[in-house]
Design a protein around this ligand. Structure first.
Ligand SMILES: [Ca+2]
Ligand SMILES: [Ca+2]
Ligand SMILES: [Ca+2]
Length: 153
C-alpha cells in the first residue's frame, strides 16, 4: 500500500482490485495507481461528464453493498466482505492475503459501531464521509483531479 492510498480512496468499493490486482500491491507503480484512479473515476462518473455527484457516488455504493451481501440478509458480515467473489476478484495465495488485509481495513472503516456487521445505514454513512473527504473544494462534485489528489495523500 506504500501508505499512498488514503482510507477514503481505498474504501471506494472493489476499486483498487477492479483495476487489476497489481494496483493493490505494495509494489504498484505511480502509473499503475494513476490507472487505477482513472478506472475508479470512470466507474463512478456514470454520465461521463467529468464530475462525480453525490447521487452517482451513492448509487455505486448501493451496488457494492448488494454485491457484498452474498446471502441477501441486508447485512454485510466480515466473512462476506473478505470473500474475493464479493469484490469480483480472482485471487489466491499471497495476493489474496494482501487483498484481505486491505478489505479488513475497509471493513473496519465501514463498520462504525464495530460489531462485525455493516448495515445499509453504516454503508451509506461511510459513503457520505468518503464523498466529503474526496470533494476537496466542497462544491458537491468530485473531479478526477480531486480523486488523484486524495489518492496521492
Ligand atoms: Ca457525473
Ligand atoms: Ca449478509
Ligand atoms: Ca469538488
Amino acid at each position: 500500500m506504500q501508505g499512498s492510498w488514503s482510507v477514503a480512496v481505498a474504501t471506494l468499493g472493489p476499486l483498487v482490485l477492479a483495476a487489476g490486482p497489481a494496483a493493490a500491491q505494495s509494489s504498484s507503480t505511480k502509473s499503475q495507481q494513476d490507472e487505477a484512479v482513472r478506472f475508479i473515476f470512470q466507474r463512478y462518473d456514470a454520465n461521463n461528464d467529468g464530475n462525480i455527484t453525490d447521487a452517482e457516488f451513492q448509487k455505486v455504493g448501493q451496488e457494492d453493498f448488494a454485491s457484498f451481501d452474498t446471502n441477501k440478509d441486508g447485512i454485510v458480515s466480515r466473512a462476506e466482505y473478505l470473500a474475493p467473489e464479493a469484490h469480483g476478484a480472482h485471487l489466491t495465495g499471497d495476493q489474496l492475503a494482501q487483498a484481505q488485509e486491505i478489505w479488513g481495513k475497509q471493513f473496519d472503516f465501514l463498520d462504525t459501531d464495530k460489531n462485525g456487521k455493516v448495515t445499509h445505514a453504516e454503508h451509506d454513512a461511510a459513503s457520505t464521509r468518503s464523498f466529503q473527504r474526496l470533494d476537496g473544494n466542497k462544491d458537491g462534485r468530485i473531479t478526477l483531479a480531486e480523486l488523484e489528489a486524495a489518492a496521492a495523500k
